[in-house]
Structure formats: structure tokens, C-alpha cells
Design a protein around this ligand. Sequence first.
Ligand SMILES: Cc1cc2nc3c(=O)[nH]c(=O)nc-3n(C[C@H](O)[C@H](O)[C@H](O)COP(=O)(O)OP(=O)(O)OC[C@H]3O[C@@H](n4cnc5c(N)ncnc54)[C@H](O)[C@@H]3O)c2cc1C
Length: 373
Amino acid sequence: MKQINIAIVGTGPSGVYCGLQLIEEFQKTGSNAYSITFFDPLPTLSTILPTGNGRCNLTFAEEDFKVFASNYPRGEKFLYSIFSRYLTRETIEYFEKIGIKTFIQPDNRVFPVSQSAKTVRTQMISALKKGISVKFCQKIVKNPEELDTYDVIVLATGSKDRHSLAERFGHSVIPLVPSLCGLKVKDKGANFPTGVSIHTQNEGLIFTHVGISGPEIFRISSINAKKAYPYDIEIPILNPDKVLEALNETPKKSFGNIISEFIPKSLTKYLFEKYGINYDKQGAHAKKEEIEKLQNLIFTVTGPDGKGEIVHAGGVLLDEVDKNCHSKINKKLWIIGEALDIDGFCGGFNLQNCWSTAAIAAQDIVQRVIQNP
Ligand SMILES: Cc1cc2nc3c(=O)[nH]c(=O)nc-3n(C[C@H](O)[C@H](O)[C@H](O)COP(=O)(O)OP(=O)(O)OC[C@H]3O[C@@H](n4cnc5c(N)ncnc54)[C@H](O)[C@@H]3O)c2cc1C
């Protein structure tokens, strides 16, 4: 059988995992007539180091592929087929096989037992080096012609490819916009409670110098990533039934102090000032419309806070790849990971997109080259 030369552009999580899965798939066929060459100006897997604040949130423990895919504001339907074939179980099994033991947190996020992205990187690189023929070329690929000598090309360029290699291969790229980021808000007004954090009815939120941030805001920024600025948001922070209960129990207590039982005092003071409500009046005199106003945080968002987004919405148009991430435009090409127009919420979803698209592409590549040598 002729030697198959494979180029993988990008040594982020998706590129490296694709290399590892290619090694697995070739091993199953008993063939070692292949070579893998990685191209990237950055050190291998350097983009995995900051993940999960250095702890690397590898994935999310959920077996139902449709429920899993519902965590992707972009890519949900496309991922059904991919996730139905390769999801958390397969990923965890593979990581265990290469010595990365994992555990599930109470919130279902999956981390390595080492709680170290550095260790994950070391283990993945050492598994890669056990491959038959793996080479690393520390350079940027600017043009498709540079890869003419390869039989198979995998684009795993993430969302920051300044040379837009996918476009040069003839693909349409949906413009990139920040997702999972903090937000700037308009008219913060006096006494904005900078530094204060709260647990909303969903997740955590922190007030910053320019607006709001934290997991709840990342989620909102992701859902609204493609929306034009400015836009309005409403975040539930108080349960009106519980507030009414407290008002009835202690009607003589000040309205402000009653609300401060539920949210930090500085936030209460800020909201009372914003809505012109008297902090010191007795709870018995609180009006229904005042309680309604306090129920939600309401802001006009003017843009991302510029503090470094975690992922980007946008990327290669999903209609231009098949269910195995194989390009419909160039037969030699597969596109995986964040280079595709796929992005998910925080919780391990973005890395799982990398692992699953990489594994499915690797299976497809090996099947094709074995069937059509
Ligand atoms: C601070 C932070 C924390 C995160 N934490 C988590 C987390 O805990 N869990 C989670 O699921 N997700 C997390 N993410 C998201 C996750 O890191 C990304 O989704 C993931 O890295 C995407 O992997 P990728 O391989 O597709 O692309 P990337 O990681 O972006 O890698 C692409 C690589 O391609 C290279 N490249 C690009 N263009 C070219 C070219 N023309 N020629 C050669 N090389 C090229 C780049 O240099 C880069 O190394 C986090 C992201 C950030 C920024």
C-alpha cells in the first residue's frame, strides 16, 4: 500500500486529538504506511494551557447526545450525528487509555484528576510521539499550495487564523465575533457595585469596572453573540414570592434591609437609587411595582468588555462540510474544532466539540484511504 501523507494545520486540542485518533485508527487496520505532519508556529497544545483556569475542563458528563448538543448556540443540529457516534464516554475512555484519569464534579463538569492542563498537554504529546511517523513543522501555513504534496489535509486552525486558510481553500467563513465574554453596559449610574458578586437564579455574576462578567454573563454573551449592539438584557435576581413572604413576616423592617437579605447591601443600595426607591421606608409600604422592578437586573449592553473572550462564534459554514467534517469543496480536506462555525457554553462543551469532530474526521480519513488506496 502507498504511504499516506497527512498534514494537520494547528496543534491546538482539535489538531492533536485528530493526530492521536489517526494513530488509533491506522493501528486497527494493521497499516503503518502513513505519516502525520503538524504545522503551527505556536508550541504544541499551548492553547490548552489556560483552559478551566489551568485545570482543563475536559468535557461534561451527559450521555444523551441531543441534550449535550443543546449547549451549543451554534452547531447544535450539526453535532447530533457527530455526538451520536463519539461523545463523553469515548473521550474519557481514550484519555484514561493514555494515562489521563478523570473525575466528575457535582456540577457534571469533567476534569483530569491531576487538575492540571499542563499534565494533560504532556500526556497527549507523549502519546502522539508514540505514533509511527509524526513530524512537527513550526510554521504558519499561508496558502493551500504549500500543502500540495499531502494526500490528506486537516484544518484545525481554531478561530484566530489570520491568514484565513479555509477561505483560501474556497470555503465561506462566517465572520468571527466574541462569545463567552464579559459585557460593557450603558448608563451604569452612580455607585455601580464594582467588585460585588452574586449568585443569580442561574449562575454567578460579577460587577466590573465596565459592566458585568462571570458565568451567567458568559452564557448571555454566547446566546446573543450574533446580535447587534446595543441590546437589552434582563437577569432574574429575586424571587418575588420570597420577597413578599419576608415583607409579611417583618413589615416594620426597612424595605432596603429586607431586600439586602437576598442580595448584597451595596447592590440593593445601587438598585434603590437607580429606581428612586426609599431604602429606609418600612417594608409594609413597599409597592407591588417596586418589587417587580427589583426582580430583574436590567441593562443595555454596548459591547464585549474586551478582557479576552474564551471562544468565538463564527467559522467555516457548516453546510460546506459533511457529517464527518469532510469538505464538500475539496476532497483532500477535513475541517474540525473551533475552525467550524460551532461554539458552546462554558462547562467543557468547547473542548468536546474538538475531541468529537477530530475523532470522527480521523475515522473517516482512515476508512477512505484504506478503501481507496
Ligand atoms: C482562557 C480560556 C479558557 C478555556 N477553558 C475551556 C475549558 O475549560 N473547557 C472547554 O471546553 N473549553 C475551554 N476553552 C475553549 C477551548 O480552549 C477552545 O475551544 C479550543 O482551544 C479550540 O481548539 P482548536 O484546536 O479548535 O483551536 P485552537 O486551540 O485555537 O488551536 C488552533 C491552532 O492553530 C494554529 N493555527 C491557526 N492558523 C494557522 C495557520 N494558518 N498555520 C499554522 N497554524 C495555524 C494556532 O496557532 C493554534 O495553535 C477555553 C478558552 C480560553 C481562551
